[in-house]
Design a protein around this ligand. Structure first.
Ligand code: FMN
Ligand code: SF4
Ligand code: SF4
Length: 255
């Protein structure tokens, strides 16, 4: 089984390619998140978890889903983490989670995909992002084929203070920086509702045709990046920065 969490589609792109290699369908965990429920999975065999790296760790949405869902003991668990630069301590988190759940840990790999965190980082233009997505494809296929053959992926050693240090940074970050107060919408909004549909947390509603943000946000950046009219800003931090509509969308723009 292949599960993914995504903001701007990079993890979906990876999960769907790997699922195709395995002859399966990928499952978006946002369905579970929106309904506030977890899974009770009975199928034995191989499980692949795909998620973005947030603050040097796998997105909490995925870790919470794994922690709270039930799986058969001893399943083979593979982790694919997509990051704009590097996945940091993610392998340590995945290995620890696998141990806690009684999974057979099969390793964690990093797949570099376009940067989507436009509020705090510099995002790239379409041409550069097309190049990044194209370079990722052989990597994704290589890992997908390894998984199909039942091979181990990289099994990185956990350093002594790796998780506590990252965890401290994550606690500060998730609590102080992942806020919605600064999201705002301009007059360019056409009330299409895409931001509402794209939010994996079901955190956006339309009021008088304009988006309103609730407090349940993980800063996945789907709303701000995927608005077809670039009508969403995050205070002054996002002004003038290129939006990243997602891998499938940028590949369609490739001439
Ligand atoms: C809240 C947040 C934190 C991020 N932290 C990191 C990071 O620590 N290292 C990194 O290389 N990329 C980081 N990124 C970039 C994403 O991991 C990267 O763009 C990823 O491919 C997005 O995947 P998605 O489209 O499936 O959401 C971060 C992005 C967000 C939104
Ligand atoms: S996606 Fe953009 S245009 Fe559509 S409702 Fe949301 S803010 Fe408005
Ligand atoms: S409100 Fe926007 S940034 Fe926050 S979780 Fe929803 S789509 Fe992602």
């Amino acid at each position: 089984m292949v599960f993914y969490f995504t903001g701007t589609g990079n993890s979906r792109f990876i999960a769907e390619r790997v699922a195709e290699i395995l002859g399966e369908k990928a499952t978006d965990i946002s369905t579970y998140i929106k309904e506030n429920k977890y899974g009770d999975f009975k199928e034995e065999g191989t499980y692949v978890f795909v998620a973005p790296c947030y603050v040097s760790a796998p997105a909490r949405a995925m870790m919470d889903f794994i922690k709270n869902s039930s799986f058969p003991k001893g399943i083979k668990a593979y982790f694919l983490i997509t990051a704009a630069v590097y996945m940091g301590s993610s392998p340590a988190y995945c290995k620890k989670m696998a141990k806690k759940k009684g999974f057979q840990y099969m390793g964690t790999e990093n797949i570099v995909m376009p940067q989507n965190y436009l509020t705090y980082f510099k995002t790239k233009g379409i041409e550069e992002n097309i190049g990044i997505v194209k370079s990722a494809i052989p990597e994704i296929d290589k890992f997908g084929n390894k998984i199909k053959e039942g091979q181990m992926l990289t099994d990185k050693k956990i350093k002594l203070l790796e998780i506590p240090f990252t965890e401290l940074v994550c606690i500060i970050y998730y609590n102080l920086f992942m806020k919605t107060k600064q999201f705002c919408v301009s007059g360019d909004c056409i009330s299409c509702g895409k931001c509402v549909r794209e939010c994996p947390y079901g955190n956006i509603s339309l009021k008088d045709g304009k988006p309103v943000w609730g407090k349940k946000c993980t800063h996945c950046m789907a709303c701000i990046n995927r608005c077809p009219k670039t009508a969403i800003e995050y205070g002054k931090m996002s002004i003038g920065k290129p939006r990243y509509p997602g891998p499938t969308e940028v590949l369609k723009m490739d001439k």
